[in-house]
Design a protein around this ligand. Structure first.
Ligand SMILES: Cc1ncc(C[n+]2csc(CCOP(=O)(O)OP(=O)(O)O)c2C)c(N)n1
Ligand SMILES: [Mg+2]
Length: 397
């Protein structure tokens, strides 16, 4: 067991006083808190404020916990962003989430930052107090110094917003329109995952759907190439996970572009009988780049169409099981059957290439109205789409 020094008592007391003085305390956690679930939940309970998760910290606390508003950033939730905009005190623990526009405005929030690397203190957002050490140990030392807040209104507001956000996701997840929307795939997959599943994801529009729809439960683990944002990592991550944890369910959610880059690895799955389930969200497109070209550059899309491949037939040619989903009403049953197979399986889900990634940066109410406005032919819809895609593209590249 490695051991890390703890910050001096005097500094812990300064941090505690700052947190005790706050009336709206938000908690931002990243992968440095993956071993500190109980401590992070205890902190949220004490301060009466929501836990906001950077994507690599998605498994820090379960998504169904009443203490979390889920992700932050362009793939995150509107309630997380609302909490960031409204907090007067911020605790950043084990995260170097880089998108500064998602932090509170400068001067808005007193900030306590906990990180094992002193070079990260104040790197993204000014920290009033920096506590250097392992997040779990530092939180354990800090918690006894904190007073439980009587006023729970900041947390309650976050919970009410989360309820609305979840209803919005559900509405889109059960959409029966054809071509099938990509959200439908992740919506059904989420309900079928084992409580100790290991899920890995590629960069691309798929990252948005996975970030929002996959709910961490119990011992689930979740990763993507968060700091490098590469494509094609999902399947190799899954191979590593399946070798390391032969008794756990291992699933990757990948784009057709990313999968095509390393599809030879299906032979690896078969050769070593690794029961990985590969969900390919197939839009015949480098979807993220299509958005970038149209809305960042103002150019017509160019060179982003992929050569369509029958991935199910390819899987069978390699000796794996291959499935195709084209209609929303078959998604649940096909995913269920594929996940129950003993060996490797590839499931291609053919989806609508024009489905825009959801807005995460605008308010809950605006997010609520977004789909409706587009459907009605809202005059400024291209402006809205531009903002959405601009932000989403920046998240993953
Ligand atoms: C190795 C690598 N090359 C290029 C990029 C830039 N890039 C980011 S997303 C993307 C398109 C991904 O397409 P796909 O895997 O089909 O997912 P989609 O966006 O269609 O969901 C590209 C080219 C990258 N992140 N990594
Ligand atoms: Mg694609």
């Amino acid at each position: 067991m490695p051991s890390w020094p703890l910050p001096p008592d005097s500094l812990l007391h300064v941090a505690a006083e700052m947190i005790n003085a706050g009336t709206k305390v938000a908690i931002l956690v990243g992968q440095g808190c993956l071993n500190a679930r109980d401590e992070v939940l205890a902190l949220a309970e004490k301060v009466g404020g929501p836990i906001i998760k950077a994507l690599l910290g998605k498994a820090v606390v379960p998504d169904e916990s009443p203490y979390t508003t889920g992700g932050i950033g362009l793939l995150g939730t509107a309630p997380s962003q609302d909490a960031m905009q409204e907090c007067d005190t911020l605790v950043v623990a084990g995260s170097s989430f880089p998108y500064i526009e998602f932090y509170p405005k400068p001067g808005q929030a007193k900030t306590v930052q906990i990180d094992i690397d002193p070079a990260r203190i104040g790197l993204r957002y000014p920290a009033n107090v920096g506590l250097v050490g392992d997040c779990r140990d530092v939180l354990r030392a800090l918690l006894p110094l904190l007073t439980r807040k009587q006023d729970r209104s900041f947390l309650i507001t976050a919970q009410e917003r989360m309820q609305q956000w979840r209803e919005l996701l559900e509405e889109r997840g059960i959409c029966t329109d054809e071509p099938m929307k990509p959200q439908v795939v992740t919506y059904h997959l989420n309900k079928l995952l084992a409580p100790n599943a290991i899920v890995s994801v590629d960069s691309g529009t798929i990252a948005t759907w996975a970030a929002r729809y996959i709910d961490i439960r119990d011992d689930m683990q979740f990763s993507l190439s968060g700091t490098l944002a590469t494509m094609a990592n999902g399947l190799p991550y899954s191979i590593g996970a399946a070798v390391a944890h032969p008794n756990r369910q291992v699933v990757c959610i990948v784009g057709d572009g990313g999968f095509t880059m390393l599809m030879g690895e299906v032979a690896t799955l078969v050769k070593y009988n690794l029961p990985v389930k590969v969900i390919i969200v197939k839009n015949n497109m480098l979807g993220m780049i299509k958005w970038e070209q149209m809305v960042l550059e103002g150019n017509p899309e160019f060179g982003v169409e992929l050569q369509p491949i029958d991935f199910a037939a390819f899987a069978r040619a390699c000796g794996a099981a291959g499935y195709t989903i084209t209609a929303p009403d078959e998604a649940e049953a096909v995913l269920h059957e594929a996940l129950a197979r003993r060996g490797p399986a590839i499931i291609e889900a053919v989806v609508d290439p024009t489905a825009p990634p959801l807005p995460g940066h605008i308010t809950t109410k605006q997010a609520w109205n977004f789909a409706e406005a587009l459907a009605r032919g809202q005059e400024d819809r291209w402006d809205i789409l531009k903002t959405v895609a601009t932000n989403t593209v920046r998240e993953v590249i």
